[in-house]
Design a protein around this ligand. Structure first.
Ligand code: 3PG
Length: 209
């Protein structure tokens, strides 16, 4: 199985974008690229998502672009057709996990409980998305399961922000964090792409000494 974490570039941050149109997706990708962040998760929460991902891949080859909110086999196939470089699901089922494994692409299945982690672990999966992180136990949960699933690494998302990201990133079983906090809604609505770049740059200061 291919590692998603080792294909992410630069800071271990995964900005999550939910473009309502291809044009909005391209502006967001440009704002992210201008900030120095290198990775994007485009979530399939609008009809424009697959097309937006394709356009971003073509226009910003320097970015690593994956697709999230994949809920079924067809979503996985469509994401791959669109050019997704990695695949993310919000939760897991046998069918979804088997489809992800068969895709031969890097992927992070969503988990929120020890039972979810066990199901994925039994299939040989060692990298997972912990979602929704803040509602599912946050850092205390990740600490508690670290000795049980000592070979599993996580990307927590859901409720992560500039104030708590470092608490997650300081854990030995966290390899990256993701979220939308560096994509302020008001800036997107105002089409203020420079404000998005600034918010992304601000998220990078998490890694300043
Ligand atoms: C996800 O898909 O991981 C979440 O929608 C991100 O949650 P956030 O908006 O709290 O960052």
């Amino acid at each position: 199985m291919k590692s998603t974490f080792s294909m992410l570039k630069g800071a271990p941050l995964l900005p999550i974008i939910q473009p309502k149109s291809v044009d909005e997706g391209l502006h967001l990708a440009e704002a992210i690229a201008n900030s120095g962040l290198c990775n994007i998760e485009v979530v399939k929460r609008s009809d424009a998502a697959f097309e937006a991902l394709s356009a971003i891949r073509k226009q910003f080859p320097e970015l690593v672009v994956g697709m999230g909110t994949l809920l079924n086999r067809n979503h996985v196939f469509e994401a791959l057709d669109a050019g997704a470089q990695f695949l993310i699901t919000p939760t897991s089922s046998e069918t979804l996990l088997d489809t992800l494994i068969a895709s031969n692409a890097p992927f992070l299945p969503g988990v929120a409980t020890p039972a979810d982690i066990l199901l994925a672990h039994q299939k040989g999966i060692r990298e997972m998305k912990f979602f929704p992180a803040s509602l599912s136990g946050g850092t205390p949960f990740l600490k508690a399961i670290s000795s049980v699933f000592s070979d599993v690494s996580f990307c927590p998302t859901g409720g992560i922000n500039g104030d708590n990201a470092n608490e997650y990133l300081s854990l030995g079983n966290v390899r990256a964090v993701g979220g939308t906090w560096m994509m302020p809604k008001a800036a997107i609505e105002a089409q203020n792409w420079q404000a998005i770049t600034l918010a992304c740059q601000q998220s990078l200061t998490l890694f300043d000494e």
